[in-house]
Ligand binder design. Structure first.
Ligand code: ATP
Length: 436
């Protein structure tokens, strides 16, 4: 007999079905036994009655343990008093894999278990349908973004994660022993993205692991995260990159509401209201607004998390937008490869996108003119000759280009309003965690 999924039971009322799944709850009365069964599509009450269930199966239930895998032959019947509107009357029950007891974590909705302990036994934790919903949504986010890039002429590329070149800052690199020579885990695909704009693809994107050797103990940083990075050629300025990001996030929020309606409802996620356009404030304008609220920053300073939170609150009140772009960051706080603004060389044609007070995306127009690129490297005390593979990209015809990067983990966290990024990553890595 073919397996029926719990979500399809309503179509099989009063007909015999075969169900397979895990036992979520067990309640044992003398003549009637209640058993909540769960599969990947939901959970369902099943009942065994002394008078109607096969005698061996009926007594077997006494020795059952929660989270065991079982197979049930039974008949779905209407039951208006049950939470599901139906329940399955068990005819026969077979134990496929018995779970040991006690369970190392409580994976019920009532669980108070700390996130760290839940991650220690993540495969048990994800059996909870609410936890699973986060990852089903994350999976849909990745799919919607992938479709968006494909529809907009981007080619999906895969670049090395074992490398000898990094561009953000040496301190953030994990060093690995590569047959006796030092190599690094990639902390950004920056150079490679630019390489394949120069390589004629014009538009490329990558969704892949990014490694950061930062000892951050926050609810939004990990040492390994899934980066979504893209780069596009033949642009006029950084606003074109922001236009693309704006369309992408609007497309994402709208499609997610349709495609993940069930999961979003299960998690009780409040809908995001989208403005007709995401406000774009220059860093200078943002700092003026912050000053009016008593928060002072030097001209070449970046915003701290408190400033990001406050500026988002101001924008929400003024422009009714949860999203805001902050543009034209001080040259002092940005990497050398960003293009400086023509009118004010103290800032770069860069931007960050904030969602409800937290940075979710960062990008810029890149410098493509070889001589300017060399000069800017020197200004940041970098030796252009030591970055030969990077420099070569600007020697043989490089279009004006720009791009951005964001974390799949961070956007899942922020879109779902989760307190901790670890809730949005199956097996997070941070300075204290390398297992499981
Ligand atoms: P932050 O200011 O939050 O530390 P950053 O300026 O170091 O971020 P970028 O290098 O610009 O970040 O990375 C772009 C995006 O990648 C961020 O907007 C965020 O979505 C994600 N990201 C960066 N660092 C981390 C991290 N350690 N853990 C998870 N996601 C990250």
């Amino acid at each position: 007999m073919k397996r029926t999924l719990i979500k399809d039971l309503k179509e099989h009322l009063n007909k015999e079905v075969l169900l397979q799944g895990w036992i979520e709850e067990l309640r044992n009365l003398s003549k009637i036994k209640f058993l909540i069964l769960r599969d990947r599509t939901g959970n369902m009450q099943t009942i065994a009655l002394k008078a109607e269930t096969d005698a061996d199966s009926f007594s077997l239930i006494d020795s059952l343990t929660k989270e065991s895998v079982v197979e049930i032959m039974g008949t779905p019947k209407e039951n208006k008093t049950s939470h599901w509107g139906i329940e399955v009357l068990i005819k026969k029950l077979v134990v496929i894999s018995k779970s040991a007891t006690p369970l190392p974590v409580d994976n019920t909705d009532k669980s108070q278990t700390h996130i760290e302990k839940r991650i220690d036994h993540r495969f048990l934790d994800t059996r909870n349908l609410k936890v699973q919903a986060i990852f089903k949504i994350r999976s849909k986010i990745a799919r919607i973004i992938t479709c968006f890039f494909d529809e907009n002429g981007f080619t999906n590329i895969n670049t090395p994660k074992l490398t000898t070149i990094g561009v953000e800052s040496g301190a953030e690199l994990f060093i690995v022993d590569y047959f006796g020579k030092p190599a690094y885990l990639a902390q950004s695909p920056q150079i490679y993205k630019q390489m394949f704009v120069a390589g004629g693809f014009e538009r490329v994107y990558e969704i892949a692991p990014v490694f950061r050797a930062e000892k951050s103990h926050t609810v939004r940083h990990l040492t390994e995260f899934t980066g979504v990075d893209f780069e596009m050629g033949f642009i006029n300025d950084h606003h074109e990159v922001m236009d693309l990001i704006e369309s992408m996030f609007f497309d994402l929020v709208r499609n997610l509401e349709k495609e993940a309606a069930v999961e979003l409802e299960l998690l009780g996620v409040v809908k995001h209201t989208l403005p007709s356009k995401i406000p774009r404030l220059t860093m200078e304008e943002a700092k003026k607004l912050l000053l009016a609220k008593g928060k002072k920053y030097a001209a070449d300073e970046d915003l701290d998390p408190e400033g990001e939170k406050l500026i988002s609150e101001i924008v929400k009140e003024r422009y009714k937008s949860e999203f805001v772009f902050i543009t034209l960051f001080p040259w002092a706080v940005k990497p050398f490869y960003q293009m400086k603004d023509e009118k004010n060389k103290k800032v770069t044609k860069s931007f960050d996108l904030l969602l409800n007070g937290v940075e979710i995306c960062s990008g810029s127009q890149r410098e493509h003119r070889l001589e300017v690129w060399r000069q800017q490297a020197k200004e940041k005390s970098l030796d252009p000759e030591a970055m030969k593979e990077y420099m070569e990209l600007f020697q043989y015809g490089m279009p004006p280009h720009g791009g951005a990067g964001f974390g799949l983990d961070r956007i899942t966290q922020r879109l779902l309003g989760l307190d901790n990024i670890r809730e949005a990553v199956l097996l997070p890595r941070d300075p204290e965690r390398l297992r499981p």
